[in-house]
Design a protein around this ligand. Structure first.
Ligand SMILES: CC(=O)N[C@H](C=O)[C@@H](O)[C@H](O)[C@H](O)COP(=O)(O)O
Length: 221
């Protein structure tokens, strides 16, 4: 398997903190990113132009930019060309976006990906929830496909990573597959690579002390 944006079998760390998190803001996220890079992360996933700019200024690994906007019930991860352009202007060298076939504010997925390729000159990772969405996104021109949205587009909350989806995406699609979403342990990560993942993105388990603490506190209740 060739390197594609990230080296084969690498860990990318997602450095994101919402407004409810005391670590919210570009400076804490830039420190998180530096720590992740020092620990061996091959890339950083980050949300919004301010965080992407702060992180891009202090790390030398690729920054996978997203731009979350709009209603969480619909397409909110980099839904439009402008949202993608803003994170590329801020320093992202690859863009991730919602690759599902749900209605999207910016129009057709294939047109959006083509515009990002042609006008911004960066590769695109499609965040998907199912094999059908993975096929749709790859046909629309996505360079990488990730399992990011599995468990987040309806239905019951899911516990643990969706390794089955990673496996089927690897089997069915002719592009690197990124395992993302609820990876917490070394075993989780190794299982993703065993399933054929090219890269694993880990967020909460590395960069969200609030969630890590809550998990431990709840375990001993
Ligand atoms: C569904 C959605 O919006 N996922 C987001 C995508 O950028 C982030 O909130 C996640 O933290 C990221 O995918 C990493 O996943 P985890 O934090 O589980 O390791």
């Amino acid at each position: 398997m060739s390197d594609a944006v990230f080296p084969y079998r690498s860990i990318v760390v997602s450095c994101q903190a919402g407004p409810e998190n005391p670590l919210h803001g570009p400076e804490p996220m830039a420190l998180m990113a530096r720590a992740a890079e020092a620990g061996g992360a091959a890339g950083i996933r980050a949300n919004g132009p301010a965080d992407v700019a702060a992180i891009s200024a202090v790390v030398s690994v690729p920054v996978l930019g997203i731009n979350k906007t709009g209603d969480r019930d619909g397409v909110y991860i980099t839904p439009t060309f402008e949202s993608a352009a803003a994170v590329v202007r801020a320093g992202a060298t690859v863009v991730a976006l919602d690759g599902t076939d749900r209605p999207r504010p910016g129009g057709d997925l294939a047109e959006l990906i083509a515009a990002i390729h042609d006008r911004l000159g960066v590769p695109v990772m499609a965040d998907v929830d199912t094999l059908a969405a993975g096929r749709y996104a790859r046909a629309a021109g996505a360079d990488l496909v990730g399992s990011t949205l599995s468990g987040y587009t309806g239905g019951e909350p899911v516990d643990g990573p969706d390794l089955a989806l990673v496996r089927t995406l690897v089997d069915e699609l002719d592009c690197p597959i990124v395992a993302e979403g609820r990876y917490w342990t070394r075993d989780d990560v190794l299982a993703a690579f065993d399933a054929g993942a090219h890269t694993v993105v880990v967020g909460t388990a590395v960069t969200n002390p609030m969630a890590i603490t809550r998990r431990l506190v709840e375990a001993v209740r």
